[in-house]
Design a binder for this molecule. Structure first.
Ligand code: RI2
Length: 315
C-alpha cells in the first residue's frame, strides 16, 4: 500500500461527490493533488516515489469515468515524471503540474476569445448545465462590449443551470431560467445553443451532460446553430483506436427520493449523467486551437495525441 497525501484523498472524495465538478475544474484539481503528492510526500527511493505517484493517479482516475480531462491530466503529468533521484522526480512533477495548470487557464481564455467571435451584439444564447469553457465565450463577448442575454436550462437532476445563471448574472448578462422541458419552446427566441463537453470522440461526437443530444436535435430542427466549447484536453484519445466513452451512471436518489420511490411502487430508476450528441447536430467545436467542424476534430486529436493513448499510471 502506498501512503497517499491528504490532498489526493480529499480531491478524490470531492470529485466523486461532485463537490468538485466540471471537466476543466476536475483537471485542475487532479493536477494540484498530484503536485502535492510529489512535493509534500516522504519517499525512501525513486522507485517508491514513482509507484506512489502512479497509485495516486489510479485512485483519482477511479472517481468518474466520462470526462477525459481527468486521464489526460494524469497522462500529461506522469509522462513528464523523470529523474534518477527523488529530488529530481519531485521537481519534474512539480514543474509539469504547474505548467499544466497554466496551460489549462490559458486554453480556456483563448477558446473564449474564439467562441466570442461567433456571438454578435444583441444575441441570445441557450445554455445547458454549467461549463466553464462555455461561459468563457460569453465572458469574452461581454468584454468585447457585446450585449448578450441567456436562456438557461436548469439541467435536472442536479440543477447545475443554477450555477450558470448565477455566474451570468455576475457578468451582467440578463438570464431567463427555464425547466429543461421548455427548451424547444424557447429555441425560436435564441441565436445559439452553447454547451461544453466532458469528452469529444474521434468522429466528432460530443459527450456532455444528459439532455445535450435532445437539445441539439431540437436546435437543428429549429435552425439554431449549436456550438460546443471544449478545450483540447476534452479530446478523447482512446476513441482513435475504436474505444467508446463510458457514460457514468449516478445514484438514483439524484432523480427521486427514497420515500417517493417507495410510494410509487416497483419501478426501475436510471440516472445516466451524460449522453452522446452525433457530430451532424453540432455546428462547431471551439477549442483554444481554433474552431472546427466536428468531423475534422480527428486531425487535431491525432496531432496532439498520436495514434494511441498511454496509460502511465499502470504498475
Ligand atoms: P467545463 C460538466 O459535467 C458538464 O457536462 C459540462 O458541460 C462539462 O462538465 C464541462 O465543464 P459535470 O462534472 O470543463 O457537471 O467546461 O457532470 O467546466
Amino acid at each position: 500500500m502506498h501512503e497517499l497525501h491528504a490532498d489526493v484523498e480529499e480531491t478524490t472524495e470531492a470529485i466523486a461527490s461532485m463537490e468538485t465538478r466540471g471537466a476543466a475544474t476536475i483537471a485542475a484539481a487532479a493536477a494540484e493533488a498530484l503536485r502535492q503528492q510529489a512535493v509534500d510526500g516522504a519517499y525512501d527511493d525513486p522507485e517508491s516515489f514513482k509507484a506512489t505517484m502512479r497509485a495516486a493517479a489510479r485512485q483519482l482516475l477511479e472517481t468518474r469515468p466520462t470526462a477525459v480531462s481527468l486521464p489526460n491530466t494524469l497522462r500529461y503529468i506522469l509522462t513528464r515524471m523523470e529523474g534518477t533521484s527523488v529530488e529530481a522526480l519531485r521537481e519534474s512533477v512539480d514543474a509539469a503540474a504547474q505548467a499544466f495548470e497554466q496551460r489549462l487557464a490559458r486554453a480556456q481564455g483563448e477558446l473564449g476569445e474564439i467562441g466570442a467571435n461567433r456571438l454578435q451584439d444583441g444575441d441570445t444564447v441557450m445554455t445547458h448545465c454549467h461549463s466553464t469553457d462555455a461561459l468563457s465565450c460569453i465572458e469574452a463577448a461581454v468584454e468585447q462590449g457585446k450585449d448578450i442575454s441567456a436562456v438557461v436550462k436548469e439541467t435536472r437532476p442536479r440543477n447545475q443551470g443554477h450555477i450558470t445563471a448565477e455566474e451570468l448574472v455576475d457578468l451582467g448578462v440578463p438570464v431567463t431560467l427555464i425547466v429543461d422541458n421548455a427548451a424547444r419552446r424557447y429555441l425560436d427566441d435564441v441565436d445559439h445553443v452553447l454547451v461544453g463537453a466532458d469528452s469529444i470522440a474521434a468522429d466528432g461526437s460530443v459527450i456532455n451532460k444528459i439532455g445535450t443530444s435532445s437539445l441539439a436535435v431540437n436546435a437543428r430542427e429549429r435552425g439554431v446553430p449549436v456550438m460546443c466549447a471544449a478545450q483540447t484536453i476534452k479530446l478523447h484519445p482512446e476513441t482513435l483506436t475504436g474505444h467508446t466513452v463510458e457514460i457514468e451512471e449516478r445514484v438514483e436518489t439524484e432523480v427521486i427520493d427514497a420515500e417517493t420511490r417507495a410510494k410509487i411502487g416497483d419501478i426501475e430508476v436510471r440516472n445516466p449523467a451524460f449522453d452522446v450528441t452525433p457530430p451532424r447536430y453540432v455546428d462547431a467545436i471551439v477549442t483554444e486551437s481554433g474552431q472546427f467542424p466536428p468531423e475534422s476534430v480527428v486531425t487535431l486529436m491525432r496531432e496532439l495525441f498520436g495514434e494511441s493513448a498511454a496509460s502511465p499510471w499502470e504498475e
